[in-house]
Design a protein around this ligand. Sequence first.
Ligand SMILES: [Zn+2]
Ligand SMILES: [Zn+2]
Ligand SMILES: [Zn+2]
Length: 161
Amino acid sequence: MKVSSDRRKKQAEYQRKRKRKRKKMGLCQSCLEPIWKGVSTLYCEKHTIEKRERYLKRKKMGLCIRCSEPVINKVLCEKHAIENREHSIKRKIKRKKMGLCFRCSEPIWKGVSIAYCKKHTLRAKEEYRKRKEFDIRRFKAWIDETHRTWASKNSLSLKKN
Ligand SMILES: [Zn+2]
Ligand SMILES: [Zn+2]
Ligand SMILES: [Zn+2]
């Protein structure tokens, strides 16, 4: 039992190494063709299209894009959604340690942001501003609405009296 899990670990390690090596050399992960530059960072033209088609097909059929489990209004099953989330959290921690942007792999805009590069700091600020404006608008609408209901209630009670 132990032997087989050790072997599996070694195999996974080997595959990781191979993946990294191929990426470095600019070769497809599924064959040894050069990657499709500017489109994919992992696959050649043929395999990029193949992966994309499979993704779209599974998505359309309501299947998890990783394991083909049926899903509803999602692209990942529960197990893979959790895995994905954990992976992205780990990546965030790693990037933060390395001083890289959370959204891309550019260096962090030092002295300004602790999480994003210049481009993404500006974008995050813009998003925040929009959200804030939206909230104020919603708040105003809510006040208006309350005022209106209050006024109509009041006028009703006035009529009653
Ligand atoms: Zn390929
Ligand atoms: Zn899955
Ligand atoms: Zn960035």
